[in-house]
Design a protein around this ligand. Structure first.
Ligand SMILES: CC(C)(COP(=O)(O)OP(=O)(O)OC[C@H]1O[C@@H](n2cnc3c(N)ncnc32)[C@H](O)[C@@H]1OP(=O)(O)O)[C@@H](O)C(=O)NCCC(=O)NCCS
Length: 180
């Protein structure tokens, strides 16, 4: 469990399925996401596929983001442990649209990134983003990710080929940015 000023970040459980379905099934708010569930059963599979423990190579570990004052589940944050040496991770974040634009995603991601670098000794963290997903680009650039690649029509999402931006943050950049 990770805690920030306004949020708790904890592993997702099956008990979260209805709250997760509520905002993840919103196809307009999530139009740049590869996964938009149409049924509760799809959410059960998604939660069931999350790793039992954090930091297992080649798995996704899915967390719920909880607003401390209300105990509302306001979003989720996933970490994908990638690379054969398990020194790299991919992150993704989705907020319920009622809880966007309050700085919550920035607050949650910074905490998780700090944990990944300082506790799990990761070397590099990436994010894969549709170039049209302006809020997501603003989010990672605000935190200090560097744009490393723009792949053209490299992903098949929601019935069409889309471009993919790869953003990355390496540990020494994070250290120099946040240690002053
Ligand atoms: C990507 C996503 C999580 C970003 O959410 P977001 O609300 O834009 O990001 P934050 O929660 O960090 O909020 C930042 C905004 O809140 C504003 N804000 C308002 N009050 C604030 C406060 N008290 N503290 C900090 N920021 C505050 C900031 O100024 C910033 O707005 P700006 O970009 O206009 O400057 C969200 O757009 C989303 O869930 N999208 C759908 C899913 C998706 O596509 N995910 C990407 C997968 S890679």
């Amino acid at each position: 469990m990770l805690e920030t000023e306004r949020l708790l970040i904890r592993q997702i459980t099956l008990e979260d399925k209805y709250e997760l379905f509520d905002y993840r099934s919103d196809s307009e708010a999530n139009k740049y996401q590869g996964w938009i569930p149409k049924t509760i059963e799809e959410v059960e599979v998604f939660i069931g596929n999350t790793a039992k423990q954090i930091n297992e190579p080649q798995t996704w570990f899915q967390c719920a983001i909880i607003e401390k004052t209300t105990q509302n589940l306001i979003g989720d944050l996933g970490v994908h442990f990638i690379g054969s040496e398990n020194k790299q991770a991919e992150i993704g974040c989705t907020l319920h649209k009622d809880f966007q634009n309050k700085g919550y995603a920035t607050e949650a991601l910074k905490k998780m990134i700090n944990y990944l670098f300082s506790e799990l000794n990761k070397h590099r963290i990436i994010a894969s983003i549709d170039p049209k997903n302006i809020n997501s680009i603003r989010l990672v650039e605000r935190i200090g990710f560097r744009k490393e690649a723009h792949f053209i029509e490299s992903l098949w999402i929601n019935g069409q080929w889309v471009d993919d931006l790869v953003y990355a943050l390496i540990e020494k950049d994070w250290e120099s940015r946040y240690s002053q």
